[in-house]
Design a binder for this molecule. Structure first.
Ligand SMILES: C[S@@+](CC[C@H](N)C(=O)[O-])C[C@H]1O[C@@H](n2cnc3c(N)ncnc32)[C@H](O)[C@@H]1O
Length: 374
């Protein structure tokens, strides 16, 4: 999704596609593959005129974005790229803050990609993975919070420009914690202050929102979370969206271990997206941690139930994956043990959407069922 961050055109998967710097970017990694006509839902023409909100043109907001462009590395900037995806897929995602959290540069970059894809009748339109991923996390958060009685804590690791605390009414009894680098959280807070001042109907939906400045590669992030009010004994939903594959293997395993250990204390649910090995090789400088079998890995870390979905599966579809010949439908119909596509020998790059849960007595009443995909 980050047009300005193209590395080089270097791989083919049902045609030409590109290597990007962040996963938001799987969106583009997987776009532009097959240029034949198809029927997947994509932003409508009239919705694709890029109308920037006036707020983006104000002096304060421009200055904040100048700081992002000048000072942030690609990892922090990926937060704006995913927000741009939510903003430009607004026909399926309700995120009224996404425009202002994305910023003009990222909106323009992605907008250009979408227009090109549409012009070329691409089978997969840039941003579609992000749209499905967002909707999958939204639906799972809602279902899990509901099944835990509404008052679960929700911790977003690598929260970036996520605005769920302002847009999901299911969080009304939940204490939400957003963990990210201090620079990201500071700019986000300043942008939100501007947005909330200028728009009457926007307000916090969650019971509370606490921002926790921490690097989850460090040993002290959990302590910082607890100092900020997180209660380890309270039912918790951990949201790791677009974050885990940026970490080195040992760092990612440590984070997953810390979360898994919470299953011995309380109802614990992990919602996360995992890359398989082939996906990380698309940009080995950017992506590190992978798991081809997260449904085998997570039980070894304390989770008793694991459900794995792939883009296009019945719970990861959202009406955006009608075309049986699109990349995702082809991939999910291949056994997961298959590493290269039988048609053309290209690597099977997969993104797994995973819900894992556990509790002290291991009798989680969540609907999550243990399911091993093909
Ligand atoms: C691709 S963005 C995803 C943001 C958000 N979860 C979403 O889906 O829109 C990745 C986010 O993870 C944050 N991040 C990456 N590494 C991190 C680390 N070691 N500690 C804390 N945050 C990190 C980045 O700053 C960025 O905001």
């Amino acid at each position: 999704m980050c047009g300005s961050l193209f590395l080089s055109p270097c791989a083919t998967l049902f045609g030409l596609y590109y290597i990007m710097h962040a996963l938001s970017l799987l969106v583009l990694i997987f776009s532009g593959m097959d240029r034949s006509k198809q029927g997947n839902a994509s932003p409508e023409d009239h919705e694709l005129e890029l109308n920037l909100p006036n707020l983006l043109l104000t002096k304060t907001v421009r200055e904040l974005y100048a700081k992002i462009v000048k000072e942030w590395d690609f990892l922090k900037k990926s937060a704006c790229q995913t927000a741009a995806g939510r903003a430009l897929w607004k026909h399926v995602i309700h995120d009224p803050l996404a425009d202002v959290l994305a910023g003009e540069t990222y909106l323009r970059n992605l907008h250009e990609k979408i227009m090109k894809d549409r012009h070329n009748n691409a089978r997969e339109i840039s941003g579609v993975i992000l749209a499905v991923r967002t909707l999958w996390f939204d639906s799972k958060i809602e279902a899990v919070v509901d099944s835990l009685g509404g008052a679960a804590q929700v911790v977003l690791l690598g929260a970036g420009m996520d605005s769920r605390a302002y847009r999901l009414s299911c969080l009304k009894e939940s204490d939400v914690f957003e963990v990210d680098f201090p620079e990201v959280l500071q700019v986000k807070a300043a942008l939100l202050e501007e947005a909330l001042e200028s728009t009457e109907h926007l307000r916090l939906m969650a019971k509370s929102l606490t921002r926790v400045a921490a690097d989850i590669r460090d040993n002290d992030w959990l302590e910082k979370l607890q100092i900020s009010g997180f209660v380890p004994e309270k039912n918790t939903v951990w949201v790791l969206e677009g974050i885990i594959y940026y970490l080195l293997n040992s760092q990612a395993m440590q984070v997953l271990k810390i979360v898994g250990e919470k299953c011995t204390l309380t109802h614990t649910v992990l919602l996360a997206d995992f890359m398989n090995k082939a996906s990380t090789t698309l940009s080995s400088a950017t992506f590190h941690f992978y798991s081809d079998w997260p449904d085998h890995l997570l039980p070894s870390l304390g989770f008793s139930h694991v459900k794995l979905s792939q883009i296009g599966d019945p719970d990861a579809h959202f009406g955006l994956m009608h075309d049986p010949l699109n990349l995702f439908n082809k991939l999910r119909n291949l056994p997961r043990s298959v590493e290269t596509h039988p048609d053309d020998g290209t690597p099977c790059c997969r993104l797994y959407l995973v819900q894992a849960s556990g509790s002290p007595n291991q009798t989680v009443s969540l609907k999550a069922s243990s399911q091993r995909s093909i």
